[in-house]
Design a protein around this ligand. Sequence first.
Ligand SMILES: NC(=O)c1ccc[n+]([C@@H]2O[C@H](COP(=O)([O-])OP(=O)(O)OC[C@H]3O[C@@H](n4cnc5c(N)ncnc54)[C@H](O)[C@@H]3O)[C@@H](O)[C@H]2O)c1
Length: 329
Amino acid sequence: MSVMSAPYLNGKPVSLVSGAGGFLGSHLVDRLLEAGHFVVGIDSFNTGSLDNLDHALSPNNHFILVQADITEDFQLPNLAYDYIWHLASPASPVDYRRLSIETMLVNSNGTGNMLKVALKNRAKFLLASTSEVYGDPLVHPQPEIYWGNVNSVGERACYDESKRFAEALVFEYHRRYSMNIRIVRIFNTYGPRMRIKDGRVVPNFICQALKNEALTVYGSGSQTRSFAFVDDEIEGIFRAMTYENTNGQVINLGNPEEYTVKELASVVAAICSVKLQIKYGDLPPDDPSKRCPDISRAKELLKWYPSVPLKQGIGRTVAYFAGKYSLPI
Ligand SMILES: NC(=O)c1ccc[n+]([C@@H]2O[C@H](COP(=O)([O-])OP(=O)(O)OC[C@H]3O[C@@H](n4cnc5c(N)ncnc54)[C@H](O)[C@@H]3O)[C@@H](O)[C@H]2O)c1
């Protein structure tokens, strides 16, 4: 079958985004369209939502959506793909516990299938990996050379270990086929288009605060996290693929400013103009006590540093949730 070079492509780079209907995938689609790419998105919508792509699907846009599970047989539009952005995978602990085996399969078979598409097209490949590959880290902050501290049979292993497998598989394609690859290890990212019930701490706190309920803190709340606003994260992902010096690199992308979970609760309550009330729950198994990226490599290779301060990012996320779910601010 001949590869389509339709007139509407008009010399545009062609990108394939797996997980295009998800939180990060849909923002990446927007960024790529803005950069003049022709974009094909593929998603099974097991955790994503068509709402996230409504605007991209407008008739004048250069976007095609394929609804399919990438662990199974799927058909793509017959285009010459330049870039494969592999983001498909449940990402929130609530999702990957519910979809534990599916998570392992999308990160193993699904990654294998996306790598085959990249190989056939001689495309550049990016894997969205995660700070979870560091497990409950013994090194702080975490540089890319740290190998991690993961419980391979724990409740988070379906995610942590399958992402570690995905990373290893990507590197074997790099070694065996000289494929042009990079891996970004994404640290906690938040912003508009997260789902209200996705179980991650930012939407949880915001929705509880907007309803003037007590904010649920698991454990003592002294565990730390770093929170990157989605626009910053997407810019880092975009640069990791498009900058020349990233072939074969693993790059942490996250905000190195560290906050305790309790500090985050105070920020959310203040922005929602409610009095801070906290209720405590049990810490989930293998919950990391500290998490903070060393982003020296991203600074050096990508000239990238998160620019949106926490209060501003939380303000924009609160406005999104309040509007979408008609909750009073
Ligand atoms: N958001 C974060 O803070 C964060 C942190 C670390 C890593 N990541 C990584 O970034 C990527 C995107 O995360 P997100 O927060 O946007 O999650 P998300 O759940 O919003 O998006 C994931 C998307 O992948 C799709 N998907 C899942 N399995 C699929 C399959 N078998 N076939 C086709 N589509 C499938 C889902 O339907 C969804 O649209 C994931 O790979 C995740 O591991 C995200």
